[in-house]
Design a binder for this molecule. Structure first.
Ligand code: AMP
Ligand code: GLY
Length: 430
C-alpha cells in the first residue's frame, strides 16, 4: 500500500514511524515531513494547505491512503476533495470536522444529546451588551472560548468581571482571532483532572487507544501559559475501566450516533479532551485528529498492524483486531525553545541525538531543520523524547526519558521535569 502522511510535527513523526512498521506498506511519503521522518520514507516539500498540489501529488503517485495529521486541512475540507478523486482518507469530512472547527456546533450537539460537558452559552459579535450583562452576573472563574480554530490560543480562563470584559473586547473589538472569535462560547469552569482519549472510528464502530494525559501549561505543577502540550504519558491510570466505560457509553457512542443522524458521519480519530471530576467524565473539547504530543506516547503502546487499523477505518469497515495494547507504559517529554509559547529563537544546533541508541527510547522530531547533516531548532516545540517500558511501569518510563534528555542539548533548551507525576497518586492507590 502507498501511503501519504500529511504534516510536519512530532505527531506526524509518530504516525509515520508506526505506519512504517506495517507489513502492508509498500511506500511511504510524508508531506512535507521533518528531518526525523526522512529515514522512514520520502519527505515531499508540499504545502498541505494547497489542496490542488496535494491532490495532484496523490494522483500522480497512486496513493492508496492519505493520513491527515493537523486540523486545518480537515476543517477546510481536504478529506472531501481527496475522496471525490477516489482516494481513501483517514480523517473526517469538512462537515464532521466541525466538531473541532466550531466549538458552538460541538456544544450544541452535546447539549441536544445529553453528552456531559460544562454548562455554556453562545454569543455573537453583535451581542456585546448581552454578553456583558451575562458576565456581570456570572460566577468566577469562568471560561471564554473563540468559536473557531485559533492555534490553541482561543481559550481564556478569567477570574473577575473586569478581566472578562477585556477578553470580550479582544474577541469582538480588537478581533485578535479574526473570524474565529466573532462568536464566543462562555463556559462553566470545571475543576478536575484532564485526560485525552482517542477513538479510531469508521463512523459507527470504534477502537479506543490507551488513554493519555497531556501537560498543557508551560510550567511545572501546571502553572503559566497554555502551550500546544509539553509532554504526555500513557496509559493514564486515572482513566480506569469504570471511567472508560462511561466515556464509551456516555460520550463516544452518542457523539458518533448524533453525527450519523445529522448525515455527517465522523470517521477518523475522534479526540475526546476530557475533565474527570471524581470519576465523572465531561467533555472539555472534541478534536477531529490525533493529539500532539499524546500520539507520541500512545502509538508505541500498540502491537499489530496500525496501518490496517487506519485503512479499515478509512474504508468504512473498521478492523478492531488489527492492533492490541501491548501492556507497556510510555512517557514523552517535549524539549522546547527558550521563550515558547511566546517569542522564541530558532536555528540553534541540537547536539547529543547520536548518543541515544537505546531501542526503547524514541526521539520524535517536531520544530527542527536539517542543514549540512546537522539538526537545528526551527520551532517552539523541538523534540519529543519518549521512552517505552514493556510493562506498565510509568516510574521507570519517566526515568528513562529524563536520562535520555540529559544527553541532549541546544542553546535555551527547556522542558518540564514533572511529566507523568500526576499519575503517581493513582498508581500508589491501585
Ligand atoms: P480547549 O482548547 O477547549 O481544550 O481549552 C484549552 C484548555 O483550557 C483545556 O485543556 C483546559 O485546560 C482549559 N479549559 C477549557 N475549558 C475548560 C473548562 N470549561 N473548565 C476548565 N478548564 C477548561
Ligand atoms: N495536545 C493537545 C492537542 O493536540 O490539541
Amino acid at each position: 500500500m502507498k501511503v501519504a502522511v500529511l504534516g510536519s510535527g512530532g505527531r506526524e513523526h509518530a504516525l509515520a514511524l508506526k505506519i512504517s512498521e506495517s507489513p502492508s506498506l509498500s511506500q511511504l511519503f510524508i508531506l512535507p515531513g521533518n528531518p526525523g521522518t526522512k529515514s522512514l520514507g520520502q519527505n515531499v516539500e508540499i504545502n498541505i494547505n494547497d489542496f490542488t498540489e496535494v491532490i495532484r501529488f496523490c494522483k500522480n503517485n497512486s496513493i492508496d491512503l492519505v493520513v491527515i495529521g493537523p486540523e486545518q486541512p480537515l476543517v477546510n475540507g481536504l478529506a472531501d476533495k481527496l475522496r471525490k478523486e477516489g482516494i481513501a482518507v483517514f480523517g473526517p469530512s469538512k462537515e464532521a470536522a466541525r466538531l473541532e472547527g466550531e466549538k458552538s456546533f460541538a456544544k450544541q450537539l452535546m447539549y441536544e444529546n445529553n453528552i456531559p460537558t460544562a454548562a455554556f452559552k453562545i454569543f455573537q459579535k453583535d451581542e456585546k451588551e448581552h454578553v456583558l450583562s451575562y458576565l456581570r452576573s456570572s460566577k468566577y472563574p469562568i471560561v471564554l472560548k473563540a468559536d473557531g480554530i485559533a492555534a490553541g490560543k482561543g481559550v481564556v480562563i478569567v477570574n473577575s468581571f473586569p478581566e472578562a470584559q477585556n477578553s470580550v473586547q479582544d474577541y469582538f473589538e480588537k478581533s485578535i482571532f479574526g473570524k474565529a472569535g466573532s462568536k464566543i462560547v462562555i463556559e462553566e469552569f470545571m475543576e478536575g483532572q484532564e485526560a485525552s482519549v482517542f477513538a479510531i472510528t469508521d463512523g459507527s464502530d470504534y477502537f479506543v487507544l490507551p488513554p493519555a494525559q497531556d501537560h498543557k501549561r508551560i510550567g511545572e505543577g501546571d502553572v503559566g501559559k497554555n502551550t500546544g502540550g509539553m509532554g504526555a504519558y500513557a496509559p493514564a491510570p486515572i482513566v480506569n475501566d469504570k471511567v472508560l466505560e462511561k466515556i464509551k457509553k456516555g460520550i463516544i457512542e452518542p457523539t458518533l450516533k448524533a453525527m450519523r443522524m445529522k448525515g455527517s458521519e465522523f470517521s477518523g480519530c475522534l479526540y475526546c479532551g476530557l475533565m474527570l471530576i471524581e470519576d465523572e467524565p465531561k467533555v472539555v473539547e472534541f478534536n477531529c485528529r490525533f493529539g500532539d504530543p499524546e500520539t507520541q506516547a500512545v502509538l508505541p503502546l500498540l502491537d499489530g498492524d496500525f496501518l490496517k487499523l487506519l485503512y479499515s477505518a478509512a474504508k468504512g469497515k473498521l478492523d478492531k483486531n488489527s492492533v492490541i495494547y501491548n501492556g507497556g507504559a510510555s512517557v514523552c517529554v517535549v524539549a522546547a525553545s527558550k521563550g515558547y509559547p511566546d517569542h522564541y529563537e530558532k536555528g540553534k544546533e541540537i547536539k547529543g541525538i547520536d548518543s541515544i541508541h537505546e531501542p526503547d527510547v524514541i526521539i520524535y522530531y517536531a520544530g527542527t531543520k536539517e542543514k549540512d547533516g546537522k539538526i537545528f531548532t526551527n520551532g517552539g516545540r523541538v523534540l519529543g523524547v519518549t521512552s517505552i517500558i514493556k510493562k506498565n511501569d510509568l516510574i521507570a518510563a519517566k526515568q528513562r526519558s529524563y536520562e535520555a534528555l540529559n544527553r541532549l542539548y541546544f542553546d535555551g533548551i527547556y522542558y518540564r521535569k514533572d511529566i507523568s507525576d500526576k499519575a503517581l497518586k493513582y498508581i500508589s492507590n491501585t
